[in-house]
Design a protein around this ligand. Structure first.
Ligand code: ATP
Length: 539
């Protein structure tokens, strides 16, 4: 029985071998946290984005009680006025506290929250946590490092309460506590399996001296926790000083918020409506890992759905369920997919409710998408910072207000990885033991046409069949190699059907159709290939 790590290794190897995913700039040794999609991966990713755009923007189902609503798209710049990121709380706030090992040989970086959490695990409760919490709260507003050191001495059951109190007492500072907001959430999740702190793989044993007062990798001395801004910085223009400093966007959402009034004025949308965007986002992740799951450059698909505050709870539930169903409909049918509502103490201070769509990868249960009721937090933050009026006049209700926002925010690359993981199937009894069971909408190639041998007039019959099919769906033609090898290649690419022209075709115009999933074959008339694909692929 292969371990989860073996399965992951096989998936990575197949993705590399068949051109789904390569490491970026491999000929120079690669670069951590950056990936390239090869020919098959590019088609797969495009199919996922197209499915999302079609199902969420061009043709979404009706809302609750059959309400029709509008969805429109934007495609915003990656570099924006830095004030956007001040208003959103990313400048100054979007930081992970980091601890590194002082040992020259090691220098390993750890997310402080993760290290602390691990440190808390299994520690006996201290008798009276109250004075420590109070002291840490006081200090946290002045000096994060000192507070971090202090909360190390708390047992982990007290952390959520510490965070909660901190948020309530100091709202501005709460923004700068972003990584801590998610602590209680991660605590429970990461603890269950005692993952390795360096790679988060569950199958690595923990170091014997635990919790770590020293580096869990080499035993070296650790630095204090330091803030580490996750935004990539660069300069716009010739001058390279603080006045020209700009950031690569860490999320696509803010482009939508700042364009809210433009869209309202120019496209005649009426509330409730949504604005969608697919695009690149960049985060200088401390510890990119788990293949493409945590990358430094990735793509997001995000919707900001604007509605009247009184209807926000209803739309939140609608989007939460719809987004979960979307993954199921596209093939994440196994019990590895979960919809998890956040508990009250996990919510960011601006969010009224939040749920994650999670997938149980070989490296553990991890978030694909978050759906949140973000209230009027973002629009109000931009109103305050820009001094512009981003409120909305509702002519049905005869009322002016700042809309509430429901945000389904997902990662395209994480979806690609989930669809690949789910599709990956091993069957040692077949000639081709590995195949990708992609949903027909997502399969990079939908059909292949082969002459059984590259002679005897068979290519002359197969080529026109191929040319006809590729007018309708992505199709490949292959005449060389043994037929078994050609089938195996198509199985690994996840191609649902292969049509093979053989000696009998010359006699009765029929060819064989082979089904990827069970390798069964039937004969059909060669003029019926397109019709057959339409029926079977549901396209
Ligand atoms: P995580 O807790 O895993 O870092 P997050 O909660 O910070 O994720 P969001 O800020 O909510 O993520 O971003 C929305 C979506 O963007 C996530 O659900 C995820 O699919 C994707 N995403 C975020 N960070 C990354 C990353 N480093 N690599 C790939 N996708 C990412």
């Amino acid at each position: 029985m292969p371990t989860q790590a073996d399965v992951m290794e096989k998936i990575v190897a197949l993705c590399r071998r068949r051109g789904f995913i390569f490491g970026s700039s491999e000929i120079y040794g690669g670069i951590g946290g950056f990936w390239d999609y090869g020919p098959l991966g590019t088609e797969l990713k495009r199919n996922i984005k197209d499915a999302w755009w079609n199902d969420c923007v061009r043709n979404p189902p009706p809302g609750p009680n059959g309400i029709e609503y509008q969805m429109v798209g934007v495609d915003c710049s990656i570099i924006m006025n830095p004030k956007v990121w001040e208003a959103s709380g990313h400048v100054g706030g979007f930081k992970d506290p980091m601890i590194s090992c002082r040992q020259e040989r090691c220098k390993k970086l750890f997310r402080a929250d993760k290290l602390f959490i691990i440190g808390f695990y299994d520690q006996a409760d201290i008798d009276d946590a109250e004075p420590v919490i109070e002291e840490a709260q006081g200090i946290a507003t002045r000096d994060r490092q000192e507070a971090n050191t202090l909360i190390q001495s708390l047992p982990h059951s007290h952390i959520p309460r510490f965070m909660k109190t901190l948020e309530a007492d100091t709202p501005e500072d709460a923004v700068s506590q972003v990584p801590f907001d998610s602590l209680s959430h991660s605590v429970r999740r990461q603890f269950r399996g005692n993952p390795c702190p360096a790679c988060w793989r569950l199958d690595r044993p923990l170091p014997p001296s635990w919790p770590p007062a020293r580096c869990p990798i080499c035993g070296g001395e650790l630095t204090e926790a330091r803030a580490f801004n996750l935004m990539f910085e660069t300069h716009a223009g010739a001058l390279q000083d603080s006045s020209s400093k700009v950031y690569l966007r860490p999320e696509t959402a803010q482009g939508i918020f700042v364009n809210f009034p433009n869209v309202v004025k120019t496209s005649r949308v009426r509330l409730p409506f949504g604005i969608a965007q697919i695009g690149k986002a960049f985060r200088n992740e401390i510890n990119p890992r788990n293949y493409t799951f945590r990358s430094r450059e990735f793509e997001q698909y995000e919707i900001e759905f604007f509605c009247h505050p009184s209807e926000a709870a209803m739309w939140y539930e609608y989007w939460r369920d719809l987004r979960h169903k979307w993954y199921v409909d596209l093939g994440l049918r196994s019990d590895k997919l979960r919809l998890r509502d956040h508990e009250a103490n996990e919510l960011a201070h601006y969010a009224e409710s939040c749920a994650d769509v999670e997938y149980d990868f070989p490296f553990g249960l991890s978030e694909l998408e978050g759906i949140a009721n973000r209230t009027d937090f973002d629009l109000k933050a931009h109103i305050e910072k820009s001094g512009k009026d981003l409120s909305y006049f509702d002519d049905q209700r005869k009322e002016r207000y700042v809309p509430y926002v429901i945000e389904p925010s997902g990662g395209v690359d994480r979806s690609v990885l989930a669809f690949i993981t789910e599709a990956y199937t091993m069957d040692e009894d077949r000639a081709s033991p590995e195949f990708m069971n992609f949903h027909p909408r997502l399969a990079p190639i939908k059909a292949a046409v082969f002459p059984l041998v590259a002679k005897d007039g068979l290519p002359e019959i197969a080529e026109p069949v191929y040319r006809e099919i590729k007018k309708h769906v992505p199709c490949q033609y292959e005449a060389k190699q043994s037929i078994g090898k050609r089938y195996a290649r198509m199985d690994e690419a996840g191609t649902p059907f292969c049509f093979t022209v053989d000696g009998q075709t010359k006699e009765d115009d029929t060819l064989t159709v082979r089904d990827r999933n069970d390798a069964s074959q039937i004969r059909i008339d060669k003029s019926r290939c397109v019709e057959y694909l339409r029926d079977r692929l549901g396209l």
